[in-house]
Design a protein around this ligand. Sequence first.
Ligand code: THG
Length: 381
Amino acid sequence: MTKNIKLNMSRRIRRTPFTNKVEECGVSDFTVVNHMLLPKGFKNSIEEDYWHLSQHVQIWDVSCQRQVQITGPDANKLVQLMTPRSLKNMETGKCFYIPIIDENAGMINDPVLLKLDDDMFWISIADSDILLWAKGLALGSNLDVNIIEPDVYPLAVQGPKSELLMASVFGEEIKKIKFFNFKIFDFLGTKQIIARSGYSKEDGFEIYFKGHENYFDSVNLGEQLWDTIWEAGQNFNILPGCPNLIDRIEAGLMSYGNDFTIENNPLECNLDKYCDPKETHDFIGKNALRKIQLDGIKQKMRGIIFNGKPCAPTGKPLQIFSKNNDKIGQIASGIYSPRIKKNVGLSMILKNHWEIGQNVIVQALDGTKHEGIISTLPFPK
Ligand code: THG
């Protein structure tokens, strides 16, 4: 077992405008994503947080969902170069889930793209350094763009009561935001972008909080935003939270660097619908992707439901075997689902083994082997 050793804090592991609040709320641990703190738990167990999230509302500091802002005459050109998904019909005010791939069609991120204007985009990234990739592409292709990481810190409000809570703070207009769209709202005289989105299977919103540069000063707009939502949330049984491993696995929401990496192409990650072979625009990795589309893939992301002692996250992968004891995949993060009443996980599974309902064997960390079954994603309701 790994001992409980503390992470040594430094400037490279960035705090957020909400970290003080998260600490006041009794955060139990953090992880680091995009060189920034992400809370991993509070006073309750992951299972208690899972039930609470499915019934009430939570406030999440997801500032680590960093924005890569691309502006300028060639902004659209550059963003389109980065993804197989066509942006032709993308209107201002829309969010698009997009694969970003390299020249071999390897996944380098799976962000949410926001179109703020015809010449202005935010790429809301998973855990890899897209700002450097974008700057490199822009330089190499001689594109007229400006690329920065803006002073923006997403704060998520997730759960079935999020709409009522958000309406009580920002007004009824909030109810008109459709899934994966955003609108602009006033907060104490500042303009804030609020989208209907979030890393959970519940209803929810993400406030792309735009802080002023001096957010560590005494007048802290971020803390005021947190406090305002927190106080309004008292009527809705609000709790501090964070992306919930049980909820996200059941929803089939993948995590870059955990469930898939640069070794995987978007077709293996079930992102086919963003890789239409009929699209004619140019993008990095197009030839490689078209070849894979012709040849077919060798493995695919699936859900696994498996027996054994209730799993908890450890950071160590679980190996998956066929009946003949061939290795056919590995689960990056297995966890006990109190709803399915078995362990669940996400895994790339080799062809010939990926059929729904197929039996597999999952090896627990203590070496014991347990029956598993291949499931759809999301997991069945
Ligand atoms: N919100 C924002 N930024 C993010 C995340 C987020 N950046 C990192 C990470 N999460 C990116 N990954 C995902 C994965 C899935 C979804 C969002 C971000 C998601 N997918 C829906 C689905 O698959 O059903 C909807 C997809 C669609 O309609 O296009 O929500 O959570 N800001």
